[in-house]
Design a protein around this ligand. Structure first.
Ligand code: C5P
Length: 404
């Protein structure tokens, strides 16, 4: 479940920091990408070298480090994670968070992040019980910060009481629980199509197109990250499977349609696949040979339109059906017409003229077309387009209560 997730781990000052090294190991074992911020206090207890070696990543410490800022600004650091974990969370760092202060990298990242935050506090029992800490904890909980621990027991300072940082296994369980239940789309079932289709000419040749599957896979990943139960029906691509999606691999448009129909009912369908419009009517059963009489001719027949089929379902139509329109001219006009003919709710239209580099590239400029008109989104990475789409789907479902 954690495979492919991105966690930003902030290690602040406390003897419990040594347990965070174990936590990094456990997270890496589960395929989590771990980036770490080590505060000045944290660096008194564990070294940047151990943190870097275990996380297999650079360690970030300085707010005003030119190198860090040019490679990875603190805003990006705070956003490019699915979850921010602070372990150990010291009394001082929690006080800064509760007050909204930002005077070092850790506190700045915590103030700047738009991602959920999980704290594993660790401190002396008297510090934990101090009314100031109590106020800060109440404030942080009211601000939506999640907490695990601290536990009761022997403290490193020799006293007995509540203040021990939770064990790495317990923090790991809290992280898993977070991903199991979090996200604005947690009760939503989503179907995504991605990639090209391959339409056989004979057992070794096929008709295909230039779709890379990057955008469709990014959408499946973003919907999964937002908590949706995702089925991804994909044509042949080199993209890695999104971590939490159920992936169904197909070759042809007909197989893609059958896999989509078998995945119903769903609440949201996003058809991002570049489905071949035609297939060869009678593909050869064996490799077609050159016979000296010139090139063969093939009769083409139309493929089923998956987007139109899902949009037109009388029973079990997904509540929200989203299609794509790859255009090379009059993008918005053509896409607006396409929304009507296909019968879907939204179309994401993009300009795929050769000079845009959209096919196979990492960026996309899209226009979202709905019943009210077109909204142009700024050029962004395909991952950002995907998470904006996931946000928009979540917002629409929350506002209109689209789910039956
Ligand atoms: O008609 P056109 O191929 O431009 O429409 C693009 C949209 O329709 C995309 O969302 C694509 O996934 C979907 N489509 C489909 N089945 C087809 C052709 C297109 O689902 N046979």
């Amino acid at each position: 479940m954690l495979d492919g997730k991105r966690i930003l781990l902030i290690i602040s000052g406390g003897i419990a920091a040594y347990k965070s090294l174990v936590l990094i190991r456990r997270l890496r074992d589960r395929g989590v990408q771990v980036r770490c911020v080590l505060t000045k206090g944290g660096a008194q207890f564990v070294t940047p070298l151990s943190v870097s070696a275990l996380s297999e990543n650079k360690v970030y410490s300085e707010l005003f480090s030119l190198t860090d800022e040019s490679e990875m600004g603190h805003i990006r650091l705070s956003r490019e994670a699915d979850l921010v974990v602070v372990a150990p969370a010291s009394a001082d760092l929690m006080a800064k968070m509760a007050a909204g202060r930002a005077d070092d990298l850790a506190s700045t990242v915590l103030l700047a992040t738009d991602k959920p935050v999980l704290l594993a506090p660790a401190m002396n029992v008297m510090m934990w019980q101090n009314p100031a800490t109590r106020r800060n904890v109440d404030q942080l909980v009211a601000d939506g910060i999640q907490m695990i621990g601290p536990d009761a027991g022997d403290l490193a300072c020799g006293e007995l009481g509540t203040g021990r940082m939770s064990e790495p296994e317990a923090i790991l369980a809290a992280i898993e629980a977070h991903f199991a239940t979090a996200g604005p789309l947690k009760d939503v079932r989503a179907l995504v199509t991605s990639g090209p289709t391959h339409e056989p000419i004979d057992p070794v040749r096929y008709i295909a197109n230039r779709s890379s599957g990057k955008q469709g896979h990014a959408i499946a990943r973003a919907l999964g990250d937002a908590g949706a139960a995702v089925t991804l029906v994909t044509g042949p691509t080199r993209e890695v499977d999104p971590p939490s999606a159920k992936v169904i691999r197909v070759e042809t448009a007909e197989e893609m349609l059958a896999a989509c129909q078998a995945s119903l009912p769903v609440d949201v369908a996003v058809c991002a696949a570049a489905v071949a419009d035609w297939r060869v009517a009678r593909p050869g059963n064996s490799k077609i040979k050159r016979n000296g009489n010139g090139a063969p001719t093939f009769e083409l027949v139309e493929n089923p339109d998956i987007l139109a089929t899902l949009s037109g379902l009388k029973r079990g139509r997904p509540t929200l059906v989203v299609g794509f329109a790859a255009e090379t001219d009059a993008v918005i006009d053509h896409a607006t017409a396409k929304r009507r003919t296909k019968g879907c709710d939204w179309i994401l239209a993009n300009d795929v003229s050769a000079e845009t580099g959209v096919f196979g590239g990492d960026h996309n400029t899209v226009h979202l077309i709905d019943a009210h008109g077109a909204e142009t989104w700024p050029k962004a990475t395909k991952a950002d387009v995907a998470s904006r789409l996931a946000d928009k789907i979540a917002e629409t479902i929350a506002q209109k209560g689209l789910l039956a």
